[in-house]
Design a protein around this ligand. Structure first.
Ligand code: FE
Length: 313
């Protein structure tokens, strides 16, 4: 690194890399960052500055608009605290989170089940259940839902002993940690697949729910005439040693907001058939109709088994 020193001879201002016009700003900033030692940081920051400058040249904000934009970003930070992460929420409603998840979970060629966002409601220490058990710990009203399927590898082999972890919102659209009326870890459970790779459990049909709207993201959604809801879904983490862990969600096919999920999570292959049964008894547990069934299989690709860090306790 050069040290700064006073010059005895006057330098030629003409030869210096200074600001001449809106384009030279980008050049000067790029040069200032060229010494970045970490190659990944250098690449990321160069692209970020290039795209942000291009964005500003495209929208040509007034000074007031630029301030408004900066205030919005600052407000995301101010609205972030122990129980709300407004920055993550902003990334979600702009499709950034789903874009990254989709890029990092390519299904091209392999046939693996697509991934979806972990979301803010994943908690550790889900109750362990036997297949066929019910994850509902209260007697709140709602139609029973019988979920079943098979976990396979991309070569078709059924995976015995795979773990299938589930969590979902209640019939009124609240997770246990949001709702003082629900027992702790209600509608959460950890299952293991049987010798044929099968899993099955009973739950209650979940409802869709809104993302928080009392912060700057809520104001943005209102200005865009967007509803804040996610379609009804069940979260899954499917894992087995020697396979890449699948973090995903399965959506109810009869939801009328699949196309407008506020966080853009609905991959076409993740829409599950929530079949309403009006007569007869449940496939197990001998529960009388009406109830719903959902059959959904998962496919894991070989890789490293990892587990996500719970964003909340
Ligand atoms: Fe969710």
């Amino acid at each position: 690194m050069e040290t700064m020193q006073s010059r005895s001879t006057p330098q030629s201002i003409e030869d210096l890399a200074l600001i001449d016009d809106e384009w030279s700003v980008t050049d000067v900033v790029r040069r200032a960052m060229e010494g970045t030692e970490n190659p990944r940081l250098r690449t990321v920051m160069a692209a970020l500055v290039r795209h942000l400058h291009e964005f500003l040249r495209e929208v040509r904000p007034t000074d007031e608009e630029f301030e408004l934009g900066l205030e919005f970003i600052a407000a995301l930070g101010h609205a972030t605290h122990a129980t709300n992460n407004e920055v993550v929420l902003a990334a979600d409603v702009l499709g950034l989170s789903t874009l990254v998840t989709t890029m990092n979970n390519s299904t091209a060629g392999g046939g693996r089940t697509p991934g979806a966002l972990l979301g803010p409601f994943y908690r550790a220490n889900a109750p362990r259940y036997q297949c066929g058990d019910c994850v509902v710990q209260d007697d709140a009203p709602g139609l029973p839902l019988f979920v079943s399927g098979t976990v396979r590898a991309t070569d078709g082999t059924p995976l015995r002993g795979a773990t299938v972890e589930v969590w979902q919102a209640s019939p009124v659209g609240l997770y246990d940690n949001q709702d003082p009326n629900q027992p702790d870890r209600n509608l959460r459970g950890l299952f293991q697949t049987d010798a044929e790779g099968g899993y099955h459990f009973r739950t209650v049909r979940p409802a869709g729910y809104p993302v928080p709207t009392n912060g700057p993201v809520g104001e943005l959604l209102a200005a865009q005439f967007r509803h804040p809801y996610r379609p009804a879904h069940i979260h899954f983490i499917v894992a087995a040693p020697g396979y890449r862990t699948l973090v995903t969600q399965v959506f109810a096919d009869d939801s009328d907001i699949l196309e407008t999920d506020v966080t853009f999570g609905v991959h076409r292959q993740l829409v599950g058939r929530f079949q309403q049964v009006e007569a007869g008894r449940s496939p197990w547990g001998d529960i009388p109709a009406p109830f719903y069934t959902l059959a959904f299989d998962f496919t894991l690709e070989p890789g490293v088994q990892t587990f996500p860090r719970p964003p909340i306790d």
